[in-house]
Design a protein around this ligand. Structure first.
Ligand SMILES: NC(=O)c1ccc[n+]([C@@H]2O[C@H](COP(=O)([O-])OP(=O)(O)OC[C@H]3O[C@@H](n4cnc5c(N)ncnc54)[C@H](O)[C@@H]3O)[C@@H](O)[C@H]2O)c1
Ligand SMILES: N[C@@H](CCSC[C@H]1O[C@@H](n2cnc3c(=O)[nH]cnc32)[C@H](O)[C@@H]1O)C(=O)O
Length: 419
């Protein structure tokens, strides 16, 4: 493979800055480093091709290099048109990885890149949000047969895989990385909690303390975002459609109300539902002048951007990643990063120490599917608990934290129904 002639990136002269970014995150990903060392010895992916669709930034680039160190020929594309970092993409090409990704590309080119990544005829895939799986099970089933299986990164992707499985149409074993404890407990909660404010604060350069933040959806991501909003000094309102999650938000100390009420109070809105139209025209109609709208859930459909445009009389970009929409009554509403994932489009995504665990799970999950695909068959499977626990153990070791062990008496006590 000739990565340079076969890739499609913005500008190869950006590579030095990309290498620096990758080197920085590598220093903060001890669990993945440990897996890389084993992969270098054992070469679990020798002779195999791996296609990856993930947010193409430095941590993802390092995962791609770890898979390559395991013997694979790696091809990568981005999982969002605004999250690709062109310098990182160029650095990967220099490292011998085929890359089809550019920052801020049109939807057609974005999709063409996904298809090119699959046309390399991979044996294994790493997907984010079911982007590649949708193409494979829709318009390009011809590319399916040689694929052993893969791993899926996020909540929404797993919902889609399970829908395919339920209809009896899923053709591949896919590991649900998001459902591993060491993924959603840390990545969705602490990762999203921190990186959402990284993105919002970089984009706006405005204060959060004293403002009202409306968190839409109190799942794993919503809990993290609400927690960090409170820590920054905001008054936090949560909206939900699930009664249990709503009670949880209430007990955690947040105000809970329907969106039509919350819409009147919010200075910042952050959607993290994985659903569509959770903020729409009736909500825009009652928002305060200057309200800031952002999304950190899957896809740019959580805030109904089409209805926002229809309700406005004019719009313009007022700052990088901020679009101002002027409403008919003169109020101004501000949309961050086109309603796409604000933490990745306006920030650098989750912290390296968090993606360390997520991507360690991706690496060992992919290895597991590669070795066992014939016995697994087409289905959505969990990361085996031993691998999940191993990632936690490696993380504790890297942090220098020790924990207790059960004594024999304690084991017997916990196993018994008599005592
Ligand atoms: N930005 C990131 O880096 C990042 C990280 C992880 C996950 N995600 C994405 O974020 C989304 C949420 O992930 P999660 O793990 O928190 O999922 P989750 O299922 O734990 O939580 C989603 C919550 O949204 C609620 N909800 C659904 N429709 C709603 C509505 N109309 N109004 C209010 N609440 C509603 C659900 O009841 C649920 O509690 C997914 O699309 C996921 O793929 C993004
Ligand atoms: N294609 C979708 C992707 C949703 S991504 C959500 C996933 O991004 C992942 N993520 C968050 N930060 C980073 C990062 O910095 N690098 C790579 N992936 C990240 C995170 O694990 C989460 O499950 C879209 O554009 O809307």
């Amino acid at each position: 493979m000739n990565a340079l002639s076969e890739s499609n990136v913005k500008d190869m002269s950006l590579a030095p800055s990309g290498h620096l970014k990758i080197d920085w995150v590598k220093e903060h990903m001890p669990v993945l480093n440990r897996i890389r060392e084993r992969f270098e010895q054992e070469k679990p992916f020798a002779g195999l091709k791996v296609s990856i669709c993930l947010h193409l930034e430095a941590k993802t680039a390092y995962l791609a290099k770890v898979i390559q160190a395991g013997g694979a020929e790696v091809t990568i594309t981005g999982s969002n048109p605004l999250s690709t970092q062109d310098d990182v993409a160029a650095a990967l090409v220099e490292d011998g990885i085929r890359v089809f990704a550019k920052y801020q590309i049109a939807p057609d080119e974005y999709k063409a890149n996904l298809i090119k990544t699959l046309e390399t005829r991979p044996d294994l895939i790493i997907d984010d949000g079911g982007e590649m799986v949708t193409i494979l099970h829709g318009e390009r089933p011809d590319l399916l047969p040689q694929i052993r299986g893969g791993a899926e990164e996020t909540t929404t992707g797993i919902i889609r895989l399970k829908a395919l499985e339920k209809e009896g149409k899923l053709q591949l074993p896919m590991v649900a990385v998001n459902d591993a404890f060491c993924k959603h407990l840390f990545d969705n909660r602490y990762g999203t909690g921190q990186s959402v404010f990284d993105g919002i604060n970089r984009a706006t350069n405005l204060v959060v303390a004293g403002k009202t933040v409306v968190v839409v959806g109190y799942g794993w991501c919503g809990k993290g975002v609400a927690m960090r909003a409170k820590g920054l000094g905001a008054k936090v309102i949560v909206t939900e459609i699930d009664a249990i999650k709503a009670v949880e938000a209430h007990m955690d100390g947040f105000e809970v109300m329907p969106m039509i009420e919350a819409a009147k109070h919010g200075d910042y809105f952050i959607t993290v539902t994985g659903n569509r139209d959770v903020i729409r025209k009736e909500h825009f109609a009652v928002m305060k002048d200057g309200a800031i709208l952002s999304n950190a859930g899957h896809f740019n459909v959580e805030v109904n951007v089409v209805e926002l445009a229809e309700a406005s009389t004019s719009r313009r970009v007022v700052r990088k990643d901020i679009e101002e929409y002027v409403m008919a009554d003169g109020r101004k509403l501000y949309l961050l990063a086109e309603g796409r994932l604000v933490n990745l489009a306006a920030g650098d995504g989750h912290p390296a120490e968090i993606m360390d665990m997520t991507f360690a799970l991706q690496a060992v999950g992919l290895e597991y599917v590669s070795k066992n695909y014939q016995n697994i068959g087409p289905k959505v499977l969990n990361v085996p608990y031993e691998l999940d626990e191993m990632v936690a153990r490696y993380k504790l070791e890297a942090l220098g934290i020790q924990i207790d062990k059960l004594t024999e008496e304690q084991k017997a006590y916990l196993d018994s129904w008599v005592e």
